[in-house]
Ligand binder design. Structure first.
Ligand code: GDP
Ligand code: MG
Length: 748
């Protein structure tokens, strides 16, 4: 596997756009100069000539031959090129290195193939060897590695001169060919050696010249040393041959012109090889056969050519399959970068938007994201395929997978962030929608169905999420599924529902507590008011006995209280069950309700026994006993009345109310009510939040350091003593007034 690419990669870029102009390339481009340097503007040239996007639809021809055999002249006639030609007067070498030009005579009317590129290779001079030979070998190698057709240009009088310069050149061609293709024998592309015999006099028929040449070539082939394993190979394993003869250009200019014109029509594509022998002997057969094509995509040609030349010029082993793999890697990477530009244009703003929203902490659901992602992914993979699939299959497949995974990792991030945004906003919307529906239900006053609200909002939320997720599914991407995310979303909706249900429970509890408060306010107040009447509600008390309203005050309060709370508990339970509160939640709710109700009662009692209230009640109670007779008729005091006796009796009776009111006790047991048992133990599922707002209750919450006895104490001892004093003063006042009125009544 090639690790360090020997391709000069920068060069490919450096060439593009540097003073590129058509005029500059009027004479084509000098691909290799006399110092054997590769021209990095080749890519620019190919691009200017619109070869670059041609794919495989181009052809490359090289022309070989001794110096001054009219090669450049021929090419210029054939292809309308402007290669430098020796002037008749000067007679010195003009073509240096290797020049390339595009066919200028292209056009459907001429029947020539599209995009023919011609390389004019510096000729060797048979008389001078040495340095020249090195270049000859290198340029032959370069031409063979790149060209489909090698034109060999020779004078007629050179045919049969086996020792001539041309034979040296052909020997070189054969040798380098073997060297080049020994590595990959199976896929060895064939080449066409197209002999153009110049200054054909016509006396010797072309067929004879052809036979002479073939005989010489076979002889030559047998003499060259062949690598191991290829000893038995035949010349036509690698080469096809074609021959054409042209008349003397100077002596027969019109005929020359005519024949060149005819020759031009052969530079067209043929689809199969009709010659079993491998010989082209028909004078009009097309010469571009598919098996000659080097299969280097046009947009990779300059890089490939540069890589090949680099290997050649540095005398490295030129291994074309490796060069093609390197080219494929380089071009696939380059194409990846190119196709990523359009992808970035579409995708980067979306990534930025997500990042920005993430910084701002808001869920970012991008509308139309799925369509954009799908289109971008489809386009980039298609563009990559279009351009890169022409290159080495293995490399292309690997690079295609690399690109897809790069693209997919970005799309996946977008996909997942979109899902998580849909998740976040969905949960938020769900929560808001439930709250909104509850609020509007409350506003209408009608009892709304919380469970139904939650269920229908949850259904909507799940549908929305599924639609949001489906909208970003990427066709053909196995990873773009959202089952797991849906499960997670569902779970969170359940968690949120639980929280909302808890809120609803709280609201319910508040409502029920308010109801308890208003009920107790009224009924407890009423019971205390009864104290104002010393005779109680049911006629006269037995002598010395306390009226029923006083004696069993606490029993009645306890009964009213527990019944009210029981009623409230029923309401609470029914309602909580309607929205699927768990038994544990209901249990906690009821426990809280009992505790809170007790606090309500306790506050209410405190209010009733406040100094002002209690004094007023004591006074009323006393006056009722003192100023009314047993039949409830107001007394008119007379001096004979036992005012003092009645006073003492009424006062003592009322005074006994003070200790009675000071402690919550049931008359049957003369013990406090079983508050702790009634409230019950805290349920196991109580959370700290459930206890947060609760008032401690003595005797129930042991750790509060307050006993049940203390909890049940409504008026302290000191307060009792104080009350007694003050009440007595009030009673004394009433007594004095009665005394006065008795005396006053007598004097009247
Ligand atoms: P190159 O060095 O092979 O490229 O040869 P050139 O195209 O520069 O031509 C060399 C000389 O040969 C020029 O003076 C041409 O005019 C002349 N020439 C070109 N074509 C022909 C031909 O067909 N016959 C003859 N005799 N001379 C030619
Ligand atoms: Mg020339």
């Amino acid at each position: 596997h090639p690790s360090a690419p020997s391709l000069m990669m920068n060069a490919h870029f450096a060439g593009v756009g540097q003073d590129a102009s058509r005029e500059e390339y009027e004479h084509g481009i000098q691909v290799i100069d006399e110092d054997k340097l590769f021209n990095t503007n080749l890519a620019t040239y190919l691009s200017l000539e619109k070869i670059t996007p041609a794919g495989f639809n181009y052809h490359l021809i090289s022309v070989f031959g001794s110096q001054s055999t009219g090669k450049s002249t021929l090419l210029n006639y054939l292809f309308g090129t402007q290669f430098g030609v020796m002037s008749e007067q000067e007679r010195r070498q003009t073509t240096k290195g290797i020049w390339m030009s595009k066919n200028k005579r292209e056009g459907a009317d001429r029947g020539m193939a599209d995009n023919i590129l011609v390389m004019d290779v510096e000729g060797t001079d048979g008389r001078e060897r040495g340095e020249d030979q090195d270049f000859e070998r290198k340029s032959a190698l370069f031409a063979l590695a790149t060209s489909e057709v090698l034109i060999v240009n020779i004078w007629e009088h050179q045919v049969g001169l086996y020792q001539g310069a041309n034979m040296g050149l052909l020997k070189t061609v054969f040798e380098v060919n073997l060297q080049l293709f020994v590595k990959d024998n199976k896929n060895t592309p064939r080449s066409l050696l197209f002999f153009v015999i110049r200054d054909h006099l016509g006396t010797t028929p072309l067929a004879n010249l052809q036979n002479t040449l073939i005989a010489d070539l076979s002889k030559l082939w047998s003499t060259i040393s062949k690598p191991k394993g290829l000893e038995q190979s035949r010349i036509d394993d690698y080469f096809d041959f074609a021959f054409v003869a042209l008349p003397h250009k100077i002596l027969q200019p019109e005929k020359f012109q005519q024949e060149v014109e005819k020759l031009g029509t052969r530079f067209r594509e043929g689809y199969s090889d009709p010659r079993k022998s491998g010989l082209i002997d028909e004078s009009s057969l097309p010469i571009f056969l598919p098996q000659y094509h080097r299969r280097i995509p046009a947009d990779g040609f300059s890089v490939y050519a540069e890589g090949v030349w680099d290997q050649i010029v540095n005398n490295k082993d030129l291994d074309l399959p490796t060069q093609q793999e390197l080219l494929a890697q380089f071009r696939c990477d380059e194409i990846s970068r190119e196709v990523l530009i359009a992808f970035d244009e579409n995708i980067t703003p979306l990534e930025d938007k997500q990042a920005e929203d993430a910084r701002a902490g808001k869920p970012s659901v991008i509308p139309n994201l799925g369509a954009v992602m799908n289109a971008a992914r489809f386009q980039i993979l298609k563009d990559f395929e279009t351009n890169a699939s022409r290159y080495h299959k293995g490399v292309y497949t690997r690079k295609s997978a690399e690109l897809a995974s790069k693209v997919d990792s970005r799309l996946k991030a977008l996909f997942q962030k979109q899902l998580s945004a849909a998740h976040k906003s969905g949960v938020e919307n769900f929560s808001n929608a439930v709250a909104g529906a509850v609020k509007s239900g409350q506003k209408k006053g009608a009892s709304y169905d919380f469970a139904q609200i939650v269920e229908s909002e949850k259904k909507k939320a799940l549908e929305k999420f599924a639609a949001d997720a489906q909208a970003v599914v990427i066709e053909g991407a196995a990873w773009s599924t959202y089952q797991q995310e849906t499960d997670l979303y569902k779970k969170e909706l359940d968690v949120v529902s639980g929280r909302l249900r808890k809120d609803e429970m709280r609201r319910l509890a508040t409502r029920v507590e308010r109801w308890v408060r208003s009920r107790l306010d009224e009924s407890i107040g009423l019971e205390f008011n009864k104290l104002g009447s010393g005779r109680g509600g049911s006629g006269a008390p037995e002598h010395g006995e306390r009226p029923a309203s006083e004696k069993d005050l606490w029993d009645r309060l306890w009964a009213i209280f527990t019944e009210t709370v029981q009623d409230a508990e029923r309401r609470f339970t029914d309602r909580a069950r309607s929205f699927d509160a768990s038994p544990e939640e209901v249990e906690v709710g009821l426990w809280r309700l009992r505790r809170k109700s007790w606090s309500v009662l306790r506050v209410k009692i405190d209010e009733e026994v406040m100094e002002g209230n209690i004094l007023l009640k004591l006074r009323e109670n006393f006056e009722d006993k003192f100023r009314y007779d047993d039949l409830g008729v107001p007394r008119i005091w007379r001096p004979t009345d036992d005012i003092e006796g009645l006073y003492t009796k009424a006062r003592e009776s009322t005074i006994t109310l003070i200790p009675l009111l000071s402690r919550f006790r049931l008359s049957k047991t003369s013990a406090p009510p079983p508050l702790d048992a009634w409230i019950g133990d805290a349920p196991a599922s109580v959370s700290p939040a459930d206890e947060e707002d609760l008032t401690p209750i003595g005797g129930v919450d042991d750790d509060e350091g307050k006993s049940l006895e203390e909890e049940m104490t409504t008026i302290s001892d000191a307060k009792q003593a104080d009350l007694l004093v003050r009440f007595k003063k009030t009673a004394d006042g009433v007594y004095v007034e009665a005394k006065r009125s008795a005396i006053g009544g007598m004097t009247q």
